[in-house]
Design a protein around this ligand. Sequence first.
Ligand SMILES: *Cc1c(COP(=O)(O)O)cnc(C)c1O
Length: 358
Amino acid sequence: MKKHNFSSGPAILPAEVMIEAAEAVKELDDIGLSILEISHRSEAFSSILAEAIALVKELLHLPKGYEVLFLTGGASSQFYMTAMNLLDDAGTAAYVDTGSWSTKAIKEASLFGKIEVIASSKDQNFSYIPKGYDVPDSASYLHLTSNNTIYGTQFKDWPETNVPFVCDMSSDIFSQPIDIDRFGLIYAGAQKNLGPSGTTLVIVREDMLGKVSRTIPTMLDYTTHIKKRSAFNTPPTFPIYVCLLTLRWLERNGGVEKMAEQNLAKAQLLYDAIDANPLIQGKVNREDRSLMNVSFVMADGHEDKESIFWEMCEAADCSGIKGHRTVGGFRASIYNAMPVKSIEVLIDVMNDFANKYA
Ligand SMILES: *Cc1c(COP(=O)(O)O)cnc(C)c1O
């Protein structure tokens, strides 16, 4: 029996995608070969890559001028690749520090230009999204982390500015529509809401590029991958194929517009159950609560019951709800593919827990 998978990433994928991916490992679309053993230059794979890129453009309604790339190296490589390609030695980039991933992005970008951290929620252990700060017009870009996977906060409104955003959307891409005009570059490791680990989606607007004077190694230069349509070298063929299966699933299921509706309803169910539970409490500022990663802790005075709750979750086959090793507590990740049924099972566990121990 399959468990209820609340893992933060690699994470749950639609059940249909899992079956189709397994089929393609045996044989891809009656071509007499496995997806694992075909050339990245073959007709079959070229059409997979082209369809994946076209579906990203279609689902996110990308206007002309935006390029879609499937790269390797994880979102963590984008922490420096963005600055290397977009920020000149003499330039300044603005960053908002909303958690561990932003902090890492700041550290890596600092190698390539001046970084100004214009707002941070570090003072309160990243439990909120900073608001009401000024973005300097001179900044080459403003870097944001749209959803803070570890802490469970998410941007609901974007800062007022004309400076283009560079955004780490690893854990909420395809969970809702994107106001694309604000974004010069978006990156996302696939393994949260799009596919398996091994590929990173990058969406970049052409006018962001060609503005730095440094020499960029070929593999780290976005223009290389734009010119070669993500096949300059061997791309991660199987992860890209599984991303395509998820993108097709998204298209069949109403796209990001429908996902946004469902994600709001699913998160509401879970947050309501947390707020009504005398033994459990949310961890972050209410208005900044993430619709993807629901973080919670034992209520004050009930900290000693943490392991009891944990064991009850395990017994109900709710997997992966322990908080990140750096922050503790609990975190239920409820990405697009999370069925309402699984959330209801977790809510039943929470209610049982309160009935027995409150
Ligand atoms: C998981 C995650 C990362 C790290 O991704 P890797 O692909 O492991 O490098 C970065 N940013 C956010 C917001 C994440 O959720």
